[in-house]
Design a protein around this ligand. Structure first.
Ligand code: TIU
Length: 224
């Protein structure tokens, strides 16, 4: 079955077959989207991440309605930190607090803690996939590639936070593996808008060097 759509995008329209496309919602966790989490511990204002929750919600709704494969990712570590490189642990320490330390939402970036959970508005449904990743990219030390291959996925719709860190790393890893990626500009965010803007430009420059950029309205219009 071919269910090809064309989405208005930069640098030119994005084409995909919906039956071979997955929505990826990256790291929409309390730790990154709410006050008191890892994002704030690193010295950021997390409000831009919080602000995209309704946008991601609308995309989730649209993709759920057509039965698209949905994958949520979470950045985080085992309670004993055995999957966290010393380098990451050391550089997560800003103002005396970092990964594994007690924060207002439990131990920062630790699996099982409240801060590590996906925000309640975007809670994964039982039939959706959740990828726990120790790195910024969703492919490193996870079974994501195997999951995509076994479901015949060729194209990815990317949403979540932060645009220049985990979204970009995942995008680059996916692009190198041959996936066609569409980033939804208004369903992604960085703590500093300049980082978001630059990251978005880097996606579609040089003839879609990493992929395409579109927005929620254009995607919803194309899939409805
Ligand atoms: N710090 C920052 O911008 N992001 C992260 O550490 N992780 C994600 O982007 N998820």
């Amino acid at each position: 079955v071919s269910d090809t759509i064309l989405v208005s995008a930069l640098p030119f329209p994005f084409q995909c077959d919906l039956s071979h496309t997955a929505l990826v919602v990256i790291d929409m966790q309390n730790d990154f989207c709410c006050k008191g989490g890892f994002g704030e511990a690193l010295g950021n204002d997390v409000s831009p991440a919080e602000a995209i929750i309704p946008k991601v919600q609308s995309i989730l709704g649209g993709c759920r309605a057509i039965g698209m494969m949905i994958i949520h990712t979470r950045e985080g570590h085992l309670p004993d930190l055995s999957d966290c490189p010393e380098s990451k642990l050391t550089r997560s320490q800003v103002n005396g607090k970092g990964i594994g330390d007690e924060g207002p939402m439990g131990r920062i970036l630790i699996r099982g803690e409240y801060g590590h959970e996906i925000v309640k508005e975007l809670k994964p449904l039982a039939n959706e996939w959740v990828i726990d990743k120790p790195g910024k990219g969703a492919f490193y030390n996870t079974n994501l590639e195997q999951l995509l291959k076994s479901h015949g996925i060729e194209s990815l719709l990317l949403t979540g936070v932060t645009t220049h860190v985990c979204v970009h790393t995942t995008l680059r890893e996916a692009n190198d593996r041959g996936y066609e990626c569409l980033v939804l500009e208004d369903a992604t965010a960085a703590y500093d808008f300049a980082d978001h803007e630059a990251a978005i430009r880097m996606v579609h420059q040089q003839g879609a060097i990493f992929g395409w950029v579109s927005d929620c309205n254009a995607l919803l219009e194309a899939i409805q």
